[in-house]
Design a protein around this ligand. Structure first.
Ligand code: ZN
Length: 193
């Protein structure tokens, strides 16, 4: 039985590495995974999922308003599609998560989503909130804070290294950087005592 999976974590935990490894396992067995990533993210160049440890793979993209059920149907009409992998799944719209759930239920194709759980303000991304609600299985991709505790939060630093509390949830192409921290050190960084 196909399932909807959500692999969640904070920034820089190696989600894309886990995704690429899992997709590679399909390829090794002669099966065809279908890779998707968010179109708004051009960090790795257009339509490419890249890992910070240096591996990468070409991918199709999803954009706001696109019907992902229809997209997977097109894939299936053109050839085999053993599993759908979605990177940057926090950027899925809630409707698109439901479409992926229908891919699992009605097309019997497993869907593995990889994304951030919370943004730099400590709020759930809408895509992740819907995935937390609908997924059949959830797995945490872990990384650690500088203190050694599990990092569950992310702080956004502006160009001068100052932690930001407010601003748009999605900011692409700016000079800000993100650091993953445990909740205590996140609270300390953003001045929430
Ligand atoms: Zn810490």
């Amino acid at each position: 039985m196909a399932k909807l999976y959500f692999h969640y974590s904070t920034m820089n935990a190696g989600k894309s590495t886990v995704l690429l490894q899992a997709a590679h396992n399909y390829v090794e067995r002669g099966m065809h995974p279908y890779l998707l990533t968010a179109r708004l993210d051009n960090r790795a160049g257009e339509a490419r999922i890249a890992s910070r440890i240096g591996i990468g793979q070409k991918a199709d993209t999803f954009a706001e308003g696109e019907d992902l059920y229809a997209k997977v149907e097109v894939q299936l009409s053109e050839g085999p599609c053993a599993c759908v992998f979605v990177d940057e799944a926090q950027f899925l719209q809630p409707d698109q998560v439901w479409q992926l759930a229908r891919v699992v239920d009605d097309l019997n194709v497993p869907v593995m989503c990889f994304g951030l759980r919370v943004d730099f303000r400590g709020a759930l991304f809408p895509g992740s909130a819907t995935l937390l609600a609908l997924s059949d299985e959830m797995r945490e991709v872990r990384t650690i804070c500088h203190c050694g505790k599990k990092a569950t939060m992310v702080v956004r630093l502006d160009a001068s290294g100052k932690p930001q509390r407010d601003g748009a949830q999605v900011q692409i192409g700016g000079n800000e950087t993100y650091v993953s921290l445990c909740r205590r050190h996140w609270r300390e960084a953003v001045g929430d005592n």
